[in-house]
Design a protein around this ligand. Structure first.
Ligand code: PLP
Length: 403
């Protein structure tokens, strides 16, 4: 099949496997030969490396990014019903972790870039002294203003837990995502910039007591074997995942992030269409380019996606529904302060173009060409292509679409 007939790959997995296969198999063999599968030397070594990568002194591996946030909140002393300020636009996991830890999520709007509006967050903290934690998200790989976050943390004396699931490698004014909060959390879900061959997560911190308690909580709350100090959980990073991450994927992360940045650079340079606005790239931040979001007119989104899909370009929406509007929260405790209209507009207008470290040049050029060809229909709705649209309720992190 020639390039022109092939669809653009939505995920890197098949090519990543071809590229890393022998190193991965060696890492797996080393774990098998060690005869140790749970919380052994490989997890300890990977924790040391990932803490170092994040500029932190400690890391605690766990089963997912979701669990990392829950563990962080529990370690920092969240009590049932405590209010936790966060963003209405993120993976649902950010809020789910708050609810699972027993907290009450409180939402303020995002800015026009989809990041938590730090002015609104500041005001909310000013007016409501019951808010006890702040969980900001470096969404799409874009880094929030680290200086402002640091200032908010110290002025309000409030623990910040940075959700860095999408932001490994992102920075603001040279200061990395994950460097502000008492704790920062990571996800190694396969589509992430540093993705495992399955689920995984970690929290990073400079506080040895936080790390020790998180290490106990993830392992049934054990201090020593069969001595259960806390009501913990089973959320352990497997030796197999740790070995593959440490030996094979972490050493390639910089190279992979560089390729993501090249792809993003080409999109930013090549996309020229009045109806398609890339969510801007700068304002002092260096993105990890986890995603490449663009905005199109709301009533043209289905047609835009159908146009790309017909040309073999898969797209996704991050995110089609605001977190406070999710059915799971309808009867659950939460608060929305003010309107969340900027976040809502993104749920209606955002489209994520393909981006990953194994995207090929011809695929990038195909995306640019198709994006530039498209024109929104004016004045008569969005009938064109609506039948063939992939549907706005589809999220992009779909592991079934690989290669
Ligand atoms: C911003 C954000 N937070 C948290 C998570 C949860 O991570 P995991 O899927 O590893 O539980 C994700 C991943 O989907 C995410 O994108």
């Amino acid at each position: 099949m020639s390039d022109s007939q092939q669809p653009v790959s939505s995920s890197p997995f098949i090519r990543q496997w071809e590229d890393t296969r022998s190193d991965v198999l060696n890492a797996v063999a080393a774990v098998g030969e060690s005869g140790w599968y749970i919380l052994g030397e490989r997890v300890r070594r990977f924790e040391e490396k990932i803490a170092g990568y994040c500029g932190r002194t400690h890391a605690v591996g766990c089963a997912s990014g979701l669990d990392a946030i829950e563990l962080a909140l529990r370690v920092l002393g969240l009590r049932p019903g405590d209010k936790v300020l966060t963003t209405p636009l993120s993976a649902f996991a950010t809020t789910l972790a708050i609810v699972r830890a027993g907290g009450r999520p409180v939402f303020v709007d995002t800015d026009e870039f989809g990041l938590l509006d730090l002015d609104l967050a500041d005001q909310a903290l000013e007016h409501d002294s019951e808010i006890r934690f702040l969980v900001p998200v470096h969404l799409y790989g874009r880094c929030l203003d680290i200086g402002r976050l640091t200032d908010i943390q110290s002025r309000h004396g409030i623990p910040v837990i940075e959700d860095c699931a999408q932001a490994l490698g992102a920075a603001h004014d040279g200061r990395p995502a994950g460097s502000v909060g008492l704790v920062a959390t990571l996800s190694f879900y396969p589509t992430k910039n540093l993705g495992a061959l399955g689920d995984g997560g970690a929290l990073v911190t400079d506080d040895p007591e936080v790390a020790e308690l998180a290490g106990q909580l993830r392992d049934y709350g054990q201090g020593a074997k069969f001595e259960h100090l806390h009501i913990g959980m089973n959320s352990r990073l497997d030796e197999l995942h740790a070995a593959v991450l440490e030996d094979v994927f972490l050493p390639r992360l910089e190279e992979w992030n560089t390729r993501r940045a090249e792809v993003a650079g080409r999109y930013l340079e090549g996309i020229s269409n009045p109806d398609v606005r890339p969510v801007p790239a700068s304002r002092g931040f260096q993105s990890s380019w986890h995603l490449f979001p663009v905005r199109v007119p709301e009533d043209g989104r289905a047609a835009f996606r159908a146009h790309l899909e017909a040309g073999g370009v898969p797209t996704a929406v991050h995110y089609p529904t605001l977190i406070p509007s999710q059915p799971a929260l309808s009867s659950g405790p939460h608060e929305v302060i003010g309107t969340v209209e900027r976040a809502r507009a993104l749920t209606e207008e955002e489209v994520s173009l393909p981006i990953h470290a194994y995207l090929l040049d011809w695929e990038v050029e195909r995306v640019v060409q198709l994006v530039n060809e498209w024109r929104a229909e004016r004045g008569n709705g969005d009938s064109a292509g609506a039948d063939t649209a992939t549907g706005d309720d589809v999220e992009g992190d779909d592991l079934r679409r690989s290669g």
